[in-house]
Design a protein around this ligand. Structure first.
Ligand SMILES: NC(=O)c1ccc[n+]([C@@H]2O[C@H](COP(=O)([O-])OP(=O)(O)OC[C@H]3O[C@@H](n4cnc5c(N)ncnc54)[C@H](O)[C@@H]3O)[C@@H](O)[C@H]2O)c1
Length: 408
C-alpha cells in the first residue's frame, strides 16, 4: 500500500502539489522501516549534477554525482558488447538503465556472503556466453559487493576489459565505488583476493538511494564518519546534526546535504588514492576501524552484520587503542564515539554477535596489513589519523580492548 501511494506520488506532479511532501515521506518511511519494505520516495533534489575527474597512475576516472539513474545510451552505444551486473535488489535499477534494450544481464544473489569466487565466475561465464570481446564494458550496478566483484571480474576477463559502476548505496558512493580496489572474500576472510582496477566512470545517482533500507543508510554513515575523522573536524561537525533525524531515512534524502557529504568524501578519498594508489602509505589511513571491523565481520560470520556496523565498532576500538597508546586525545576520542553512538551503532565490547575474543584476535592475525612481527592499526590523532604498529608478541593491549577492559 505504502509502495503504491509512493509510486503514484512519484509519477504524479498533481499529487505532489496537493500534499506536502514531508508528511507523506515521514509516514511512509515509518511503515517502510517497520516492515522493511523498499521505499519509493522522491528525493528533495534541487542542486546541479557534479562531475569530478581523477587520475590514478595510468587510470582516469570520471565521477558523476547526479539525480537521475543514467540510461544505457548515455553510457555506451555498443549494446551488443556490454554486460550489466546487478543483484536481486538492484535488478530494478538495471532495468531502468537498460531502457528496454537487449543487453546481456547477470543478476547475482545479494549480500556479503555472495562476495565470492562463484559470483565472479558467474559473471565471467555470462560474458563469455554472450561472446563479449576484450573491448567490452562491464557495468556493475549496486553497492560495494557488486562493484567489488564486478571490478575484479573486469580486471581478469580477457586480461582486463572496460569498467563502469553505477553506485547505489551510500557506502558505495562515499567509499567502495572509487579508488580501484576490487576483490572478493575467501576462506572466511574479507577481501583475501583482489586487484587494483578503477572504473573509468562512476555514476552516483541520488534517486537510487530512495529504495535503500534504513540499515544500509546507517552502514554508509559509518564510512562517512570514518572519512570525516580523517579529513578533519569541520567535516565531522557537519555530521552531528544528521544524527537527530537519522531514524527517518527518507527525510535525509535531501540532495544538498548528501550531495555535499558525498562530494567531500569522494574528494577526500581521491586525494589520498591519487597520492598512494597501491596502498603503501597514506592510503592505509582509509582503513581506520577496518582491522577491528573486518575481524568482527569474520568472527561474527560474513554477512551477519553490515560492513558499516563493523567499521563503526572498529573505529571505537581504534579510539580505545589510540588513547591507550597516547596518540588519540581523549577529548577527540569521546567526540568520535559520541557521534558513532548517536547513530545507534553497537559500540560495546565484546560485541553481542562475536563474544569470542580469541576468534577476533585470530582474524586480526590474518589481516592483510600485517607485516612480519607487527600488526598495523590506524588510530585517530589530533586532526586526522595515523598508522601505529604493535609487536605481534605483545597482544596484551589488544586482549584488554577486546575483553571490554578499556573505558574512555
Ligand atoms: N573497494 C573498496 O574500496 C571498498 C571500500 C569500502 C567497502 N567495500 C566493500 O563494500 C561492501 C559493502 O558495500 P555496501 O554496504 O554497499 O553493501 P552491499 O553491496 O551488500 O549492499 C547492501 C544491501 O543493499 C542492497 N542495495 C544496494 N543498492 C540498493 C538500492 N538502491 N535499493 C535497495 N537495496 C539496495 C544490496 O542488494 C544489499 O542487500 C563490503 O564488501 C566492503 O568490503 C569496498
Amino acid at each position: 500500500m505504502v509502495k503504491y501511494w509512493a509510486t503514484l506520488w512519484y509519477k504524479s506532479p498533481v499529487l505532489q502539489s496537493l500534499f506536502r511532501r514531508p508528511v507523506l515521506l515521514s509516514s511512509a518511511g515509518f511503515f517502510a522501516r517497520r516492515h522493511h519494505f523498499p521505499t519509493h520516495f522522491v528525493p528533495d533534489i534541487s542542486g546541479k549534477d557534479i562531475f569530478l575527474h581523477f587520475s590514478f597512475g595510468e587510470y582516469k576516472t570520471s565521477i558523476h554525482i547526479r539525480k537521475e539513474i543514467p540510461l544505457i545510451e548515455n553510457i555506451t552505444g555498443d549494446f551488443g558488447n556490454t554486460i550489466i551486473i546487478a543483484d536481486e535488489n538492484t535488478a530494478y535499477i538495471a532495468d531502468k538503465v537498460r531502457n528496454g534494450r537487449d543487453i546481456t544481464r547477470c543478476i547475482l544473489k545479494n549480500g556479503e556472503e555472495n562476495k565470492n569466487w562463484q559470483s565472479v565466475e558467474t559473471i565471467i561465464r555470462a560474458a563469455n556466453q554472450a561472446g563479449l570481446g576484450r573491448d567490452c564494458i562491464f557495468i556493475g550496478i549496486g553497492g560495494g559487493v557488486i562493484t567489488d566483484i564486478t571490478g575484479f571480474a573486469a580486471s581478469i576477463y580477457k586480461r582486463g576489459c572496460r569498467l563502469v559502476f553505477i553506485s547505489t548505496t551510500l557506502l558505495g558512493m562515499v567509499d567502495a565505488s572509487i579508488g580501484g580496489k576490487t576483490g572478493f572474500d575467501l576462506l572466511g576472510l574479507k577481501n583475501l583476493v583482489g586487484s587494483f582496477y578503477p572504473a573509468e566512470t562512476v555514476y552516483m545517482p541520488l534517486f537510487s538511494l530512495s529504495t535503500l533500507p534504513q540499515i544500509e543508510w546507517k552502514s554508509g554513515m559509518a564510512e562517512l564518519i570514518k572519512t570525516a575523522i580523517l579529513s578533519g573536524d569541520d567535516f565531522l561537525e557537519l555530521l552531528f546534526p544528521l544524527a537527530a533525524n537519522f531514524d527517518d531515512a527518507p527525510s535525509l534524502l535531501k540532495y544538498d546535504t548528501f550531495r555535499n557529504c558525498i562530494e567531500r568524501a569522494v574528494n577526500y578519498k581521491d586525494s589520498v588514492v591519487t597520492e598512494d594508489f597501491y596502498d603503501f602509505g597514506k592510503r592505509m589511513l582509509l582503513n581506520l576501524g577496518h582491522t577491528f571491523g573486518h575481524a568482527l565481520e569474520s568472527a561474527a560470520g560474513l554477512g551477519k552484520i553490515t560492513h558499516g556496523e563493523a567499521v563503526a565498532w572498529g573505529v571505537v576500538r581504534a579510539c580505545e587503542l589510540g588513547v591507550t597508546l597516547g596518540y588519540t586525545p581523549q577529548s577527540r576520542a569521546k567526540k568520535i564515539c559520541a557521534l558513532i553512538s548517536s547513530f545507534g551503532f553497537e559500540c560495546s565490547c565484546p560485541h553481542p554477535l562475536a563474544r569470542d575474543t580469541e576468534a577476533i584476535l585470530h582474524a586480526i592475525k590474518g589481516d592483510k596489513k600485517k607485516k612480519i612481527g607487527k600488526y598495523s592499526f590506524i588510530v585517530p590523532d589530533e586532526t586526522s589519523a595515523r598508522v601505529v604498529e604493535i609487536d605481534s608478541d605483545d597482544t596484551k593491549t589488544l586482549v584488554d580492548i577486546l575483553a571490554g577492559g578499556i573505558r574512555l
